[in-house]
Design a protein around this ligand. Structure first.
Ligand SMILES: Cc1ncc(C[n+]2csc(CCOP(=O)(O)OP(=O)(O)O)c2C)c(N)n1
Ligand SMILES: [Mg+2]
Length: 350
């Protein structure tokens, strides 16, 4: 009896055959003042989030509250390469850092957290539903993965209007397993939409680690069957993030279609303020803080550029003052009037 022919061993084809790839990103080389600004922005996010955690503990913030501590380099590094007023940004519920990185006033973000009328969504959206069309910042979304298809829509608008803008759509490692993400990938590549898909791989989706939930845990490869190139980036290094953003933006702005950036990062706090974090050890968290903290890394880079400890302490003092003022504002401003209960629910003119 003839033996069945042995299946031919696959000869490790290139990930995306016949497809040009973006060049390997280089670590960004900023001047002293530019790096100081990136450092300031990361520290603002860190101190803002610490304060938000305290206000939550005091009962001043209701509902859900997801902190961005540990992931600061991602939003700061990527968004520093965007053009405000032209490009658009959209993300999930862990959104405070992205707003701060876009230069939105910490006072109106904090006031939104405490549900005050002066908040950026007039106190009616809270932590997960912040929006600023002036900044082309389109939320703040509680439905995991929804921002990816909405982001594809924003990118379609950029292309349709021919305005030269790019949409940066952020989502998590958990969201990367959601179906609508792949429908969006397909359309985005098919229509060569100007979108950067940013997967913030902070290693966990609520209490589930990426390795436990993902058949392919190298998330930058998730676009392969759509011919979308992916780049894996050290998301704990603001200069690596910025370097990757430059490459991705060049690619997308030149009309070559979408790109995926997988940002390897880590969240220091629980999923939300109500997470007891029993799924990982304290040692694991401590070890990341000690070895890879993005703010410490930037401080070392600043040291190499001649910035002194005393200058960094002054920056910290200044940031604490800004955050303290934002918290005072958020605690003392009035709540929305009862007559606002049914406004902003539907678009009121058609
Ligand atoms: C469609 C949908 N399914 C489930 C949930 C519940 N949920 C909220 S956050 C979350 C985990 C998402 O994790 P990830 O995408 O990694 O983002 P991270 O919280 O780490 O930023 C889940 C399952 C939801 N909000 N929406
Ligand atoms: Mg995650």
């Amino acid at each position: 009896m003839a033996r069945a022919a042995k299946p031919k061993a696959a000869s490790a084809p290139p990930a995306i055959p016949n497809r040009e790839r973006p060049p390997e990103p280089q670590r960004y080389q900023p001047g002293r003042d530019e790096l100081l600004e990136l450092y300031r922005q990361m520290l603002l996010i860190r101190r803002f989030e610490e304060k938000a955690g305290q206000l939550y503990g005091l009962g001043l913030i209701g509902g859900f509250c997801h902190l961005y501590i540990g992931q600061e380099a991602v939003a700061v590094g990527l968004q520093s390469a965007l053009t405000p007023g032209l490009d658009s940004v959209i993300t999930g519920y862990r959104d405070h850092g992205h707003m701060l990185a876009y230069g939105i006033d910490p006072k109106v973000i904090m006031a939104e957290l405490t549900g005050r009328a002066a908040g950026i969504s007039r106190g009616k959206g809270g932590s997960m539903h912040m929006f600023s069309t002036d900044h082309r910042f389109y939320g703040g979304h509680g439905i995991v993965g929804a921002q990816v298809s909405l982001g594809a829509g924003l990118a379609f608008k950029h292309k349709y209007a021919g305005d030269g803008g790019v949409c940066m759509a952020y989502f998590g490692d958990g969201a990367a397993n959601q179906g609508q993400v792949y429908e969006s990938f397909n359309m985005a590549e098919l229509w060569k939409l100007p979108i950067i898909f940013v997967i913030e791989n902070n290693q966990y989706a609520m209490g589930t680690s990426v390795n436990r939930s993902s058949a392919e845990d190298q998330l930058y490869r998730r676009g392969e069957s759509f011919r979308i190139p992916g780049i894996q980036v050290d998301g704990m290094d603001v200069l690596a993030c910025r370097g990757a953003a430059e490459v991705a933006l060049d690619w997308v702005r030149s009309g070559k279609g979408p790109v995926i950036l997988e940002m390897k990062t880590y969240r220091y706090r629980g999923h939300s303020m109500s997470d007891p974090a029993k799924y990982r050890s304290r040692d694991e968290v401590q070890s990341v803080k000690e070895k890879s903290d993005p703010i410490d890394q930037a401080a070392r880079d600043l040291g190499a550029l001649g910035v002194t400890e005393a200058e960094l302490k002054d920056i910290d003092r200044e940031i604490r003052r800004i955050v303290g003022e934002a918290a005072d504002f958020a605690e003392t401003m009035p709540e929305p009037d009862l007559s606002e209960l049914h406004t902003d629910v539907l678009v009121e003119t058609y």
